[in-house]
Design a protein around this ligand. Sequence first.
Ligand SMILES: Cc1ncc(COP(=O)(O)O)c(C=O)c1O
Length: 432
Amino acid sequence: MTHQLHPETMAIHAGQKCDPSTGSIIMPIHQTAAFQFDDAAHAEGVFLLKELKDGQHENIYTRVGNPTVTQFEKRITALEGGKGAVAFASGMAAIAAAVLNVCRVGDNFVASRNLYGGVSNLFQNIFADFGIECRMVDHDDPENFRKAADDKTRLFWGETLPNPRLNVFPIGEVAKIADEMGLPLMIDNTCATTALCRPFEHGAHVVVHSATKYICGHGSTIGGVVVDSGKYDWANKNVPMMTRKDPSMHGISWAEKFGDLGYLIKMRVTQLRDMGASLAPMNAFLLTQGLETLHMRMDKHCENAHKVATFLANHPKVNNVFYPGLDNGDSKKWADAYMGGRYGGMVGVDVKGGVEGGKTVSSNLQLFYHVANIGDVRSMAIHPASTTHSQVPQDMREKAGITDGFVRLCVGTENADDLIADLDQALNKIKA
Ligand SMILES: Cc1ncc(COP(=O)(O)O)c(C=O)c1O
């Protein structure tokens, strides 16, 4: 078909083939560790990466690839408009791999300081132990990325809709600086999702997702994925790990040998083969099913979050509401530019009473689950200062806009009036 399919259609059909042996229209869960080789020559060729199809390994061993996982990778690739993808056991594993694929001891990278707390800890503390420095900047001024970079900088990083502060990242502005400096811009698109934002259309080079969230949509699975646009020139020598002779694969240079597939093939061969955080076939199956309803769910999440944010903005127990749709500055401007004028399913609220106020709300909600997750059809709430961001030092947490009374709401697809009634009773429990 020459007709270009729309995202909602690709979410159901991309990467889909009926199972040739049974005619099953749903991809079977290939619950196997290993795959039979035809003969010795075939086996040898596969190990020497001679048998790549569309940048995908032939099936050898589920740690490096599996048909059920491949189908998920192909579908998210189509939805993001990329060149290819590599799936991982979790969003954190995908993020670690995206950076470690191109950074080694002595290198640095520049990231927005508005990040999910776990990622912030990985970037600041765990990578520091690897000798990799993360330089955190305010993304309100995109020029901060240029100012923080030097000749050891290997990439720029931001979250489209940062969890939990929700101040939208200026993808196009930072991508322009990245292009001028010859560096890749990597975007965590977890909270916006590909239904609201396709970062490659705005100049980003690599996209990652925690697929655990809206992609899964039902809180049943942990997974992650890295998608490469195929547009960054990995051979440009600004990222030496892509051009050096790699002892882990017979001294090849990934960029020279594989061109625009080099980043993904290196990732599969080194990060998956050698680090081993692979997505399980069963989980890939659930995530592919999740993708099929993503666009529909996101419509309802956005509609409900807007109603909830509007209600909270007028509540006497609320100091401040964080939601791009009610912002009158850059966050709204960038949401309009990069998220199609939609604002996602999350709402941040700074309640009266500081830490105690935040804990009162999270403890008294009845419909909202009190959990460390987002992106589910069920509404969910958490108080970051005492949970997800408790590892982040208070000054850094406050710099990132997460005050003591901040509560993160992830608004589900229930009836909005029921959610508003639940929030009202929980807020009213805060002591005057
Ligand atoms: C924006 C963002 N990125 C990455 C992650 C980590 O994903 P996972 O929990 O799948 O490892 C999270 C988790 O909440 C997140 O919110």
